[in-house]
Ligand binder design. Structure first.
Ligand SMILES: [Mg+2]
Ligand SMILES: [Zn+2]
Length: 176
């Protein structure tokens, strides 16, 4: 069977507004056009994966139960929109834990590639921070930075493309 390509995407600040350690379902507000874009990408045959650092758990800012309530709300809203996730990866650790999964480690992407038989070189990592871009690069994906002002700071990892919104992301991927 031919390998499938994936869209890996960050959650906070990319899929949903960044609520700074969101702890309740009411904190979930989708970014403009995000769900519409994912529906289109899904129709084009991409498998979809959330790749998220949730260090609020490891830092003790939010409980695992609070985090779970937010994951569930995101998953339910996606499902209600007809979006099927391949898997949602969450690293719950704090930076001090020195875990193997926390971005910019490519561990979560590589795990998905292995389990879902994905072709990484045809896949994309989408995120709002340099750490997301770095993660995608280490995994061997193409990388897209979602940033309204289109500015990449000098010290950040340079993405293949910078998009002001999700509709631009779809247009870019379609052109590839
Ligand atoms: Mg983010
Ligand atoms: Zn981790």
């Amino acid at each position: 069977m031919p390998k499938k390509a994936a869209i890996f995407f960050d959650r906070d600040g990319t899929l949903i507004h960044d609520a700074h350690y969101p702890s309740k379902p009411d904190d979930v507000r989708f970014m403009p056009g995000a769900r519409e874009a994912l529906i289109q990408l899904q129709q084009q045959g991409f498998l979809l994966f959330i790749i998220s650092n949730q260090s609020g758990i490891g830092r003790g800012y939010i409980t695992p139960e609070e985090a779970e309530s937010v994951y569930r709300k995101v998953a339910a809203d996606l499902e209600a929109s007809g979006i099927k996730l391949g898997y949602a990866y969450y690293c719950p650790h704090s930076p001090d834990d020195n875990c193997q999964c926390r971005k910019p480690s490519p561990y979560m992407l590589m795990d998905a590639a292995d389990k879902f038989n994905l072709e990484i070189s045809r896949s994309f990592m989408v995120g709002d921070r340099g750490v997301d871009i770095e993660t995608g690069k280490r995994a061997g994906c193409r990388t897209i930075l979602l940033r309204e002002n289109l500015i990449v700071e000098e010290q950040e990892s340079q993405p293949d493309y910078i998009a002001a919104d999700w509709s631009k992301i779809v247009a870019y991927i379609e052109g590839k």
